[in-house]
Design a protein around this ligand. Structure first.
Ligand code: NAD
Length: 295
């Protein structure tokens, strides 16, 4: 496989993903609008690029790890972007969490220019990005997935092709709905237990092995009991994902009652300055209304 890889977007996630690719022997050409981030990864052995065109000149596989749909559209379709500068046949592997419709839009424009794209958002956060054990949810053509698979094996613990372009981000949105609603249910339930005078830790210990038990509870109940809301995954980032759920569901006329309610809880918390807290802090919404603290 071609060992020269472009990487655009060197944030919390992009940096450790780059480091793992460098360790695995890939030659990276990296770009970010923040020069300090480029310098940091260059110090780890990557080649610094001053523009997207410089990345595209050197590589025909380009990974993007950007905040949201507008940034991915800008990098792919905007002035000075990938379409203007990359050669025909280039494969864009977008690992950002964006709206599935935006993935489809970018892929259609790339295809018209003779280029290819798969969407490949991740779950697992910074710790798993560092470990190289991300879960990678992909959408696109089988042959393009197969071409990117060796890269996924370096950055991730699993990678699954879930369908056509946009399916990876659709899967990620499904993940984000289930996690958000689970955390809210945890907050609602533990607040009620505390109001009733029952010890929340004992409630957790009693139910964790039954049907109500979940990975979400295992991760988030101990944080709430320790009053530890250090992120992890920030409420503001989860708001971004749930807004993408709303956009997608509106387009498809699909019902999303629970998502919209939890999104409102998160928006209230963000408005009160808690958007930087871990999303386990959704429980704070119930605590504030009930006038108690779970622990
Ligand atoms: P981040 O904000 O730390 O990094 C994004 C990077 O993109 C920044 O370095 C920024 O300077 C760069 N950037 C923005 N616009 C650019 C442009 N036009 N050209 C070049 N670079 C540009 O975000 P992150 O936490 O690394 O997340 C990246 C993506 O991964 C997001 O979609 C996020 O939702 C998703 N994600 C994050 C986590 C997490 O725990 N942080 C977990 C799973 C998925």
């Amino acid at each position: 496989m071609n060992k020269k890889i472009g990487f655009i977007g060197l944030g919390i996630m992009g940096k450790p993903m780059c480091r793992n690719l460098l360790k695995a022997g890939y030659v990276l050409y990296v770009y970010d609008i923040v020069q300090a981030s480029v310098d940091e990864i260059t110090a780890s052995g990557a080649n610094a690029c001053a523009s997207i065109s410089e990345v595209a000149e050197n590589c025909n596989i380009i990974i993007t790890m950007l905040p949201n749909s507008p940034q991915v559209k800008e990098v792919v379709m905007g002035k000075g972007g990938i379409i203007e500068n990359a050669s025909k046949g280039t494969l864009v592997v977008d690992m950002s969490s964006i709206a599935p419709l935006a993935s489809k839009e970018c892929e259609a424009a790339l295809k018209e220019a003779g280029m290819r794209m798969i969407d490949a958002p991740v779950s697992g956060g910074e710790p798993k990005a560092i470990e190289g054990t991300l879960s990678i949810m992909c959408g696109g053509e089988q042959s393009d997935f197969d071409e990117a698979k060796p890269l996924f094996e370096v950055m991730g613990g699993s990678s699954v092709l879930t369908g056509a372009i946009g399916s990876g981000n659709m899967t990620k949105l499904a993940n984000q709905i289930i996690v958000a609603v689970n955390i809210a249910a945890m907050g609602e339930a533990l607040t009620l237990a505390v109001k009733a005078g029952v010890d929340p830790e004992l409630v957790f210990n009693a139910i964790r092995g039954g049907l109500a038990g979940s990975t979400v509870l295992e991760a988030k109940v101990p944080m709430v009991l320790d009053r530890n809301f250090k992120p992890g995954f920030k409420i503001d980032l989860h708001i971004k994902d749930l807004k993408n759920v709303v956009e997608t569901a509106n387009e498809l006329k699909s019902p999303i009652f629970l998502t919209t309610q939890v999104l409102q809880m998160m928006q209230v918390l963000s408005g009160e300055g808690e958007g930087g807290n871990d999303h386990g802090g959704i429980a704070r919404f119930y605590e504030k209304l009930a006038g108690i603290e779970i622990c």
